[in-house]
Structures are given as structure tokens and as C-alpha cells.
Design a binder for this molecule. Structure first.
Ligand SMILES: O=C(O)[C@@H](CO)OP(=O)(O)O
Length: 249
């Protein structure tokens, strides 16, 4: 049996402003920092220990992990960073207000873009400043993997590939693993681990800064899964992610 902890970064500046984020490299808000530290405290209180950590190339996830590891006095453990755990790329929606987009295109369309399994948000052009090829972080990533937009289905392909090639070998070697990532890259991983259907994943929303603890059998089949901390708070956070600015009303 293995234990695995997944955590979505604490609230970011774009979460606070209710804007589409994707690969935009925004920082944590003040509340996000507090959430990350609280996640670390909860993990320490419940006597979790990690041998290795994985995160994305985006600072909101990296910093969340750092705050957690600092609380646990584990800043020394190896941390693997990868673009493959980045948030789902939101194409030309990145930076736009979710509320204004819902007013312009309708709440149903925005819901489809946000939660439709194989729905692609409008794509960037290669001339756009937001095109990740222009960002030094991705200089070693080959062109075929640099997105102009991404569906959850496509996000799953890169997350699943990294999980199988890089994370599973660590877990089977007996390492205790924590993964700090993003709302949709974690939806991708949870869908894969839980064998969720394409329909079920539409209603899956991952709360910010809340450790999700998995117990997996030797074939990586989940036996148990729960969020650390108060159920009520987690519920409220999930509701907020499902409907950030009450845009579906
Ligand atoms: O904007 C984003 O990148 C994500 C996560 O913050 O938002 P959503 O929950 O709308 O997919």
C-alpha cells in the first residue's frame, strides 16, 4: 500500500480577481500564502513525512510547496519541477475576467470551456505574447508540446505520461510523495487515478491549499481518499471553485 498527497496551490492573484489563469505565471495572494502554510501545519500535525516532491514550472504551485515544506521542516528534500504538471493551458482566455467572459459569451459557454472534457478554449496565435514558446521556462520543451490552447483531455495525456514515467518509479521505490499542482492538472490526475468517466470529471472541483490524501494498493488503485482539515471549509472552497464569481447564476 502507498500513500500519496496531492495539493492544489493556495489562492492566486488571478483566483482572487476571478480571471482565467492557465499558464500565466501569477503569484499567490496573501490568502493563498496563509492557505499554503495552513496545509503544511495540517500535514505536520498528522505526522506526514515526504521523501520527494513534484511540482510545476509555475510559481503559485512552487511557492505553495515551499511554504508546506517549510512548515514541515522538509525544505531539504528533492523537488522535481516539470511543465507537465502545469495548469491546463487556457488559450486566448488567459487573463480575461471569467465574469465578463460569461456576460459576453453566456454562462453555458463558459462552463463548457471550463469543465467540458474535450472542449478547447479559443486558441492563441503564435504571435501572441502569451504564447509559451516566448517564455524562457519552456526553452527545453519541444514545439509539439507547446500549447496554443488545451482541453482537459490533452492535459491528461501529459500528466499521465509524467505520472507513469517519473512519479510511479519513486513511489514503488518506497518514497513518500507530495505533488503540488493546479486545479485542472490535478483534475486530470484524479480522473486517471479514480478511473472517472468523462462525464463524472465535469463535476470534479479541487479546492485551493487543501491536502488530498490517497491510499493506493500495489496496483495504484485508490483504496481511500480524503481531504485534510475541516469538511465544512473544504466544501466551501469546492463551491467557490465550481462557481468562482457566482458566474453561473
Ligand atoms: O483559470 C484557471 O486556470 C483555472 C484554475 O484557476 O480556473 P478554472 O477553475 O476556471 O478551470
Amino acid at each position: 500500500m502507498y500513500r500519496l498527497v496531492l495539493v492544489r496551490h493556495g489562492e492566486s492573484i488571478f483566483n482572487l480577481e476571478n480571471r482565467f489563469t492557465g499558464w500565466t505565471d501569477v503569484d499567490l495572494s496573501e490568502k493563498g500564502v496563509t492557505e499554503a502554510k495552513e496545509a503544511g501545519k495540517l500535514l505536520k500535525q498528522d505526522e506526514f513525512v515526504f521523501d520527494v516532491a513534484f511540482t510545476s514550472y509555475l510559481k503559485r504551485a512552487i511557492k505553495t510547496l515551499d511554504y508546506i515544506l517549510e512548515e514541515m521542516d522538509l525544505l531539504w528534500i528533492p523537488v522535481h519541477k516539470t511543465w507537465q504538471l502545469n495548469e491546463r493551458h487556457y488559450g486566448a482566455l488567459q487573463g480575461l475576467s471569467k465574469e465578463a467572459t460569461a456576460v459576453k459569451y453566456g454562462a453555458d459557454q463558459v462552463h463548457l470551456w471550463r469543465r467540458g472534457y474535450d472542449v478547447l478554449p479559443p486558441a492563441l496565435t503564435k504571435e501572441d505574447d502569451r504564447y509559451p514558446r516566448n517564455d524562457v521556462k519552456y526553452r527545453d520543451v519541444s514545439d509539439q508540446f507547446i500549447p496554443l490552447t488545451e482541453s482537459l483531455k490533452e492535459t491528461i495525456v501529459r500528466v499521465e505520461d509524467y505520472w507513469n514515467k517519473m512519479i510511479i518509479p519513486q513511489i514503488t521505490a518506497g518514497k513518500r510523495v507530495i505533488i503540488s499542482a493546479h486545479g485542472n492538472s490535478l483534475r486530470a490526475l484524479v480522473k486517471y487515478l479514480d478511473h472517472m468517466s468523462d462525464e463524472e470529471v465535469i463535476d470534479l472541483n479541487i479546492p485551493t491549499g487543501t491536502p488530498l490524501v490517497y491510499t493506493l494498493d500495489e496496483h495504484f488503485k485508490p483504496i481511500e481518499k480524503y481531504y485534510l482539515g475541516s469538511d465544512r471549509r473544504t466544501e466551501k472552497k469546492i463551491e467557490k471553485v465550481a462557481d468562482p464569481g457566482k458566474i453561473m447564476e
